[in-house]
Design a binder for this molecule. Structure first.
Ligand SMILES: *Cc1c(COP(=O)(O)O)cnc(C)c1O
Length: 430
């Protein structure tokens, strides 16, 4: 008799996570080794996958004037940031905390852009002191505050306005940001007026135009709907003597979670430069702020099956990771592939993969056919972006550890929280 190994499942577009002899590996490290040694839930990232994703941008850019500012809210672990800093990335930050992280890994301030709809004065001061490349300003009120803060410090703040071009990014409503009803940006119709205000303020230097229309875009056309409107605006500004040095198209390129076929950086950039040249704006420098597409498929979340529960309507695999570890399914009904680290022969059963948190929204995947047993370890795929970064301590659950694999080596890049960590800082009344 020959051993009846099942055919290893296909992982959705993750060349750095592959089965060898029926065991799932990250690069050259068998993942069950990490799960058993370090415990679960455990986030595992691949250094080669980060480099590979960066390379898709670098090679697409060639000699063209494009600055890639990693949208670091997707995954702000210092080891991830350091890797991108070493590769020459800039950073798109959305808080004073993210500025601190970027500076901690030696990011070049001249490659940092500061986005976000609610910047506070202390955050502006810190970013001005660091001499960041640009503030992406989202309202007239913010322009006034920024000008005041800059004047106090005796400097001028470089600004772009984040324009809301009112285009439908055709993505999940919670990650669509470029429509009129979103809180983000300045409506395209008022942008010219608000630029005039910016020009009149003593503490500001206008340097760019910015937009970010949404996330997990799998179609390229919304970018071009936005681009034409932004180029019209840049022409109008030019007429008034307001010269724009760079155009920031934000982030948003999607990744493959299951069967999506998102556009490549090459496809995006080729068409953007074609349009810039066709419209006589070839001198513009471009800024991109990709987050998900640089890290999303560079990570998996390992979780152990605690119980199998066969209810009348459903079968449940209750695992040790939960919505506090990976919120995307609860928040966006997001799809993540789930695969066993060691596939078993035998009949597959349809399971909902759920966590121990006391919420019906606490699920990681639904109706997945798996042959699994209690104690098996599963890999939740595509967990490099908006995963650990959104983790919380709900239900007084310690946040997972994070590991970066590098060839046959691995490094713990964030220790598992302890329960003492969770109680620290709290006190009771005397
Ligand atoms: C979140 C965000 C990004 C990154 O978006 P991705 O979809 O992860 O590429 C870029 N710019 C801004 C302003 C953002 O808010």
């Amino acid at each position: 008799m020959t051993a009846a190994f099942p055919t290893p499942p296909e992982l959705a577009g993750h060349p750095y996570f592959q089965y060898r002899n029926n065991v799932l590996y990250a690069e050259d490290v068998p993942l069950d080794h990490l799960a058993h040694g370090l415990g679960t839930p455990l986030y595992v990232y691949s250094r080669a996958a980060l480099k590979g994703a960066w390379e898709t941008y670098r090679s697409a850019i060639g000699q063209r004037p494009v600055l890639v500012c990693y949208g670091m809210k997707a995954n702000s672990n210092l080891a991830v940031l350091k890797e991108f800093a070493r590769l020459g990335a800039g950073f798109d930050i959305v808080s004073g905390g993210e500025l601190k992280r970027a500076l901690a890994v030696g990011a070049e301030p001249s490659k940092i852009v500061f986005s976000g709809v609610g910047k506070q004065a202390w955050e502006m001061r810190a970013a001005l002191a660091a001499q960041v490349k640009c503030f992406n300003v989202e309202s007239e009120a913010e322009l006034h505050r920024l000008s005041d803060v800059a004047e106090e410090l005796g400097v001028r703040a470089p600004v772009s306005l984040r324009v809301n071009p009112d285009v439908d990014a055709q993505t999940h409503p919670y990650i669509s940001t470029g429509l009129k009803e979103n809180k983000f940006g300045i409506a395209i119709e008022s942008a010219l007026d608000v630029y005039r205000v910016a020009q009149s303020l003593p503490g500001l230097d206008i340097v760019g135009v910015d937009c970010h229309i949404g996330s997990q875009l799998t179609d390229i056309s919304p970018y071009f709907d936005a681009l034409e409107k932004l180029l019209d605006l840049i022409d109008a500004l030019d007429q008034e003597g307001i010269r724009i040095a760079h155009l920031d198209l934000g982030g948003g390129l999607g990744i493959r979670y299951t069967d999506e076929t998102p556009p490549s950086p090459q496809a995006l950039l080729d068409r953007v430069f074609e349009r810039l040249n066709a419209r006589g704006q070839g001198h513009l420098h471009l800024v991109l702020e990709p987050g998900r597409s640089l890290v999303g498929n560079a990570g998996v979340l390992l979780t152990t099956v605690q119980y199998l529960k066969h209810a009348e309507a459903r079968n449940f695999a209750i695992v040790d990771a939960a919505m506090n570890d990976l919120l995307r399914p609860a928040l966006y009904e997001a799809f993540h592939g789930v695969q066993p680290l060691r596939p078993r022969a035998g009949d597959q059963v349809e399971y909902d993969i759920v966590g121990p948190v006391c919420e019906s929204a606490d699920w990681l995947a639904r109706q997945r056919k798996l042959a699994i047993q209690q104690g098996d370890v599963l890999a939740v795929e595509s967990a490099g972006a908006y995963s650990m970064a959104m983790a919380s301590n709900y239900n007084t659950r310690a946040r997972a550890a994070e590991v970066m694999v590098d060839g046959a080596n691995y490094h713990v890049v964030r220790q598992r929280e302890t329960l003492d960590d969770l109680l620290r800082g709290e006190s009771t009344l005397p």
